[in-house]
Structures are given as C-alpha cells and as structure tokens.
Design a protein around this ligand. Structure first.
Ligand SMILES: [Zn+2]
Length: 773
C-alpha cells in the first residue's frame, strides 16, 4: 500500500502554481504520475497541453476549470479527466487555497486518436472567426496577396463548413492606412475616393478568385466605426497604461512634415536591410523611424531632422508576460514566438499609438491636436468590430466591447504583419478588455516572389488577380497557388511554371485520367457505374490507400496542421495512386474470366474520382462541383468519415469533360431542353419523377448555390451556354431559364471571346497550349 498526505510545506513552484510529487520512490509501483497541487486565491495555473491523459481530484477550495476556453466551476469531491492535448488550467476564483491531486499517464492509442481529430480544441462547438488580413486599398490584389491570407482563409472556411463548424470569413479594407493618403497624394484625389475605388477592385478580384467573405468592413465608410474605435482607444487611455509621452520623431528637413511609414526610408536598426518606417519586411521587427540607419525622406532630398513630439504611447515591454501567455493558448508558430522573443529582448519597447495626420480617426481625447489613432490599433479593434458587425447581421448580440472567451479567432497573415497581429494586438486587448482571454490561431505565410524578385507595383513587377482569373482559370490558379505558396520559406511564381503545371498536371494527368476512366466506363459498362464484385488483395489495399489520403487531406486542412502545400500534394497523390492502380488492373479488364474482379477495379477508380471531388472541394470548388456532376452525384457538401463507392447504376459523364483550360465546341442540343432541365432540377432536389417544376424559380424550389454551380456545369456541358449562377438563382422560372439558355447561346460565346481579349498575356498562352495538348 502507498499513502500520501497533502503537505503544504513540500510544494514547489511549477506550471505557475505550487506542486508536490506524490511518493517519489513509489511512483513506479503506482503505475502513474501523481502530484498534489495548490492554486492560491486570485491566481491560476499556466494553460498548457500534453500527450498524457490526466485526472484531477479536487480536495478543497473553489474555482473554475478552463478547458479549451470552456469554463466549468469546480468544488471539493469533483473528479475531472482531460483528454490528451486539451488546453487546461485551474482558475482560483474563491478566497481559500484550491487544493487538488492529479494523476497522469501515457496512453499512446488515446493520444493518437485525439491527434488525428480535426474538431479538436472545440472547433465544432464554438463560433470560429477566420480573418484574412485587411488589405490596404491603395491598389488591387496581385497573386502574391491572393496566395497568402486570402486563399488560406477561404479554403480553411470551406473545409470547416464541410465539417459542420459555425465558421465565418471576415475581411475588411484598412482604409485609414497612411499608404492610402500617400497614394491619394500621388493620384491627386482625396484619400476617401482612393479607398473606395480600390476597395471595389479588391472585392471584385476576390469574387473572381471565388472568395466571398461573409462580412467585409470598410472602415472609412462605416458610420458606427469611428465612435466605436474611439471608445476602444479611450479604454486604453483609461487603463492608465497608455499615456501621453514626449518622444523623439523625424521631420522633413525642408517641409517639416512628420516622417513615418511611407514617408521615410533607411536601414533597419536590427538587420540593416533597407526599410520603410515602422516595420521591416525582412526581419519582421518594428522600428520607430528615429532609430533608422541613415534615414531619408521617401520623396525629396532634405536631411530628416529629429524633433520632439507628444503622442499617446504604450510601454509594450510591460506586457511581455501577457503576450507570452497568449502565445500558449492557440496555434502560435515557432517563427512568431521567436520574433516575440527578439522584440522583448530589447528591454524597453515604447510604441506611439497616435501620429500626426489628417487621414484617420482622431482620439476622443482633445489633448493631441492634429493626431489620429494609429491604424495598427484599428487592426486589433477591427477584428472584434468585424465580429460585432457580423453578429448584427446574424442577430447573435456579439459585442466588440465585450469579447467572449468562447470566440475562436483564426488569423491568416503575412510574415511582415506578425508584430501587429500577434504581439501588439494581444497587448492592446489585455489593456482594453482585461477580462477577455483571446484564443487565437496564427497562420503565417512568407513572401511569394515573382520571377525571383519581390512583387512591386511601382516597378510594374506584378501579376494582378483580375488579369489572370476567369471562370476557366480560377481553379488552376487556386491549385497552383496552393501548391507553391510560401508556407515554410520564400517561394517563387513564374508564369511558365504555372502553365506547365496546368498543361502537364491538371490537363495532362488529372483530366486525361478522368476522361480515360469515363471512356472505359462507357465501353465496358454502358456509361453507368458497375457494382463492385470480387475484391482481390490489391483492391483492398487500394481502398486502404484512399482512406489514408482522406485522413491526410483532413490533416492538411484542419486547424492544427493547416497547409495548402501539403493539401495540393495530397490531391495529386490521389490521382497518382489511381493511375498506378488503373495501370495494373487494366491487364484483365477485357478478360471474361475476371469480369467480377474488373468491375471492382472500375468501381474503386470511380471511388477515387469521387474522393478527388470531395477533397478538392475546399481548394478548387468549381472543379469539385463539375467532377461531382460528371460522376452523377451531388456537389460535395460534407466532409466524409470514410471513402465510399459511387452508387452502382449511376450514369457518369466523364469521357469528354473539360475541367481545365479551353472547352470544346458545343454540340447541338438533341432533345427539347425543358424536360431535360426539369429532370436535372428534380434530380438535384430529389423530387418525385412527375413533379412539375417549370413554373417555379430555382430559389423557390430550394436550390442551393453549390447545386446551382453543378447545374451551371451541366448546362454548359450540354448546350455550350455559360449561364451565371446569379442568372440561375434570379427570378426566372425553370421554363423561362430554358428560353434564356436557348436565346443566349451564341451571345455568350461572343462575350467569352471579348473577355479573352481583355485578359492580355495572362491566359491566352495557356489556352493555346491546352488546345494543342
Ligand atoms: Zn530588419
């Protein structure tokens, strides 16, 4: 028998509280790790995660147990067990010591099962807000922008939605950036006009990329925004942590203009690279302009002069412990934690939170005339304001001034924004909303280069999204960007490589396999899916391989290990597996003795095609819907638990499908369109055979947008007419749509040609090569 009695004198500090091992020498014979723990009143243990399963027995005192942001009151006599990897801590909210015993042990099976789950950390239970970094509306979006936060957020949200999560994509434009005012100066028009102009262009480019955020905040045109921002700023000031401080700043030697951000250049005080004011894109560290090495104005030649100025200032270094604790709560990549370590090593980090400018929101405090609230405070505030605005639409009552621990925030950002997102913002939250424990995941991308060099608007070294994106190219672009985006290190875009990947991988491998599979189904099974018959060991092994691919894809798209590079590899892996399998199995396809095995092989290849459609849905939604339609199944809307066969007897239409690149000339419709279209609509909605749909609109019948996309493909495939989803979901009845399709057939072709002419350079070469391939 082993006994241990709680002894307050034998405790030592560990995990932020007092711990004492139970019966050191006896641990082995007990078979589990065991300890006494004490959390003094008003304190809490450090939030942490580990692979062991752990059980707490509460002995005395009261408090809250917080597990993945969910709070549960605890009292003496309670036993609580944690799954491996759950983030947990004890918060003593009472007046006496909270004393507990803990027992923990390794269970590898249990840990592996939990690690493989994609709904860990209560993603399936909490509201999840995914933010793409708000772009500065001083230009459009180029493919460097698109490859990073925007594609990342969109794929993330689509995957979460397939898993049933309450998830939203929130976006905005960062209108009050000094870069907008600087651009307005160059373009000779008011900053508000510049912001509105480029915001419209940005939204349009996102639409072309099939990215439609659930909410977009335009800060300079949102009536409620300025006052809400001022209230947030006032909370910073009222805390006493943010105060008016006299400090040094740079001024133009000729005009006396305050120099910061776009108006000044110099050597980064940390890494020496040439940088603009306030942040270095190379090392990610902030600068304060006066500390730039050999500073010079971005325009003009006069030597900048240091001078003094009083601004609201935050002693960021005082918040070091809070920022580090925040980095323990969610997904904070090592690169980000390393940056925080570098910045806090400096000792003092005094950050000015107001700057002289006429463009922006002035603080409600009247004591810094001519200054506005720094736009990077707007970044922090804008996220919670976006949640409030979304909540207003949804009727949830979410409030920016009362953020909730239960909110799961997921950021997608570039390396050069890490300081603002993951160090400055949590410090500001700690001051303005001290009762809130923000739980944030950071997904960081590095720089994407174009032909080996940084994207640059001023040097016209850039490929704009609007120039390369169109209905025929969007999935190829999304695939290529997913495959090559800079996740671990800088990567490079070249148009030649993109065209090669489209030609050789998407058209030459994926599409060729699917067309060939369709041709075999037509030749041997009359165009319908055969029932699986006898299974050979190789068949079973292939099914297991597909299961592995499904699991791998969930791992790439889930919140813990989100990686589009690996997702693109996995998608291609499904095709590579299927081709290898088809190559072996083709040998017996024509042999009568092995016909029951042959149909199993074809059924499995079709299952692979279905798996490809499912796994591609978050990454390449149009392709996924088109492939599903060609397989005679509904567009993938739910993430499956297992790989399944396409129901036997389903008609497939794969042999002549064009998923990527140019489409062939349309064939003449061979039968009246209305019965055919009505049949499709009934099929999509699972309506009875004889149900009349001609006089109803698709919306009234209950067609969802994904189903409309599938219809769009089927109509295009049959008639050659590209009807927009908006037209399908508009106010025409099914009967009127039929007439519309017939009347617009030839016009649409002309419109397509006109589009192509506009897309100078970008797509035309790809199309020609595809036709020749
Ligand atoms: Zn630097």
């Amino acid at each position: 028998m082993i006994t241990s009695t709680y002894d307050a004198d034998s405790l030592h500090r560990s995990f932020g509280i007092d711990l004492g091992e139970i019966g050191m020498g006896a641990v082995e014979s007990m078979g589990v790790g065991a300890a006494w723990g004490k959390v003094p009143p008003g304190l809490r243990s450090d939030p942490h995660q580990h692979d062991e399963t752990e059980t707490f027995v509460i002995v005395s005192g009261r408090g809250d147990l917080v597990v993945d942001a969910e709070r549960t009151p605890v009292s003496p006599g309670m036993v609580i067990q944690f799954e491996p990897f759950e983030t947990h801590y004890l918060d003593n909210t009472g007046t006496a010591d909270l004393i507990f015993a803990t027992f923990y042990w390794r269970d590898a099976d249990r840990a592996a099962r939990v690690a493989a789950r994609t709904d860990r950390r209560r993603f399936g239970e909490r509201p999840v807000f995914a933010f793409s970094t708000p772009p500065t509306p001083n230009g459009g979006l180029h493919i460097g922008h698109l490859s990073g936060p925007y594609l990342g957020t969109d794929v993330f949200v689509r995957f979460q939605r397939m898993n049933g999560a309450n998830v939203w994509h929130l976006a905005g434009t960062d209108d009050f950036q000094s870069y907008v005012a600087e651009c307005a100066g160059r373009e000779g028009r008011p900053p508000a006009e510049v912001a509105a102009h480029y915001a419209a262009e940005i939204t349009e480019t996102l639409r072309l990329m099939d990215i439609e955020p659930d909410h977009i905040t335009h800060t300079s045109r949102d009536e409620r925004y300025p006052r809400a921002l001022q209230a947030f700023f006032s909370r910073l000031v009222d805390s006493g942590r943010v105060t008016r401080q006299e400090g040094t700043a740079l001024f133009d030697g000729e005009t006396g203009r305050y120099l910061y951000e776009p108006y000044v250049k110099g050597g980064c005080p940390t890494c020496g690279s040439t940088t603009g004011g306030n942040i270095c894109e190379e090392c990610g560290e902030p600068n304060f302009c006066v500390d730039l090495v050999e500073p010079r104005p971005a325009n003009g030649t006069a030597e900048p002069q240091p001078g003094t100025i009083t601004r609201y200032t935050l002693p960021l270094h005082e918040l070091r412990g809070d920022v580090l604790e925040h980095h323990h709560a969610g997904r904070a990549p090592a690169r980000l934690r390393e940056l925080a370590n570098r910045i806090f090593r400096r000792g003092r980090v005094d950050v000015a939170l107001t700057h002289p400018s006429s463009w922006g929101v002035p603080p409600a405090q009247q004591d810094v005339p001519g200054q506005v609230i720094w736009v990077w405070i707007e970044l922090a505030f804008g996220f919670i304001y976006g949640i409030e605005s979304l909540g207003r639409k949804l009727g949830t009552g979410w409030r920016a001034d009362a953020p909730q621990d239960d909110w799961k925030i997921v950021h997608f950002l570039g390396y050069d924004n890490m300081f603002y997102h993951s160090i400055l913002s949590p410090a500001l939250y700690k001051i303005a909303n001290p009762e809130w424990t923000p739980d944030v995941d950071y997904n960081v991308n590095e720089f994407y280069l174009l032909d080996g060099d940084k994207f640059s608007t001023s040097r016209r070294h850039v490929i704009w999204g609007k120039d390369i994106l169109g209905p025929d190219s969007v999935d190829a672009i999304r695939f290529y960007l997913a495959r090559t985006r800079p996740e671990a290190h800088r990567t490079n875009f070249t148009l030649t490589d993109y065209e090669t990947v489209v030609r050789e991988t998407l058209v030459g491998t994926w599409q060729r396999w699917l067309n060939d599979l369709g041709a075999r189904v037509e030749k041997h099974y009359g165009g319908t899916v055969p029932d699986a018959g006898i299974w050979t060991p190789e068949h079973t092994a292939f099914l297991a391989r597909l299961e592995n691919r499904l699991g791998a894809m969930a791992g790439c798209l889930g919140p813990d290990g989100f990686s589009l590079n690996r997702a693109a590899q996995t998608l291609h892996g499904i095709v590579a597996d299927a081709l290898r399998f088809a190559g072996y199995e083709g040998a017996v396809l024509d042999l009568a003795d092995w016909k029951d095995e042959a149909r199993t092989a074809i059924a499995l290849e079709l299952a692979a095609a279905k798996l490809l459609a499912t796994c591609a849905a978050p990454v390449m939604p149009r392709f996924a819907a088109g492939l599903a339609a060609a397989l005679g199944i509904a567009p993938p809307a739910q993430w499956p638990r297992v790989v399944t066969l396409v129901p036997h007897g389903t008609r497939v239409n794969l042999a002549r499908q064009v998923f990527f690149g140019a489409r062939p000339e349309p064939e003449e419709p061979s039968a009246p369109l209305l019965p055919w279209l009505s049949g499709l609509v009934r099929e999509a909605l699972r309506l009875p055979e004889g149900e009349q749909v001609a006089d109803a609109t698709l919306v009234a019948l209950g067609i969802k947008s994904m189903q409309a996309i599938a219809l769009q493909y089927q109509i295009l495939e049959r008639t050659g007419t590209d009807v927009t989803v908006a037209d399908l979901l508009g106010d025409r009845t099914v009967g009127q749509l039929t007439a519309f399709i017939v009347n617009n057939g030839s016009n649409t072709d002309n419109a397509d040609n006109a589009d192509n002419a506009d897309n100078a350079g970008g797509l035309a070469p790809v199309r020609e090569e595809v036709v020749g391939a």
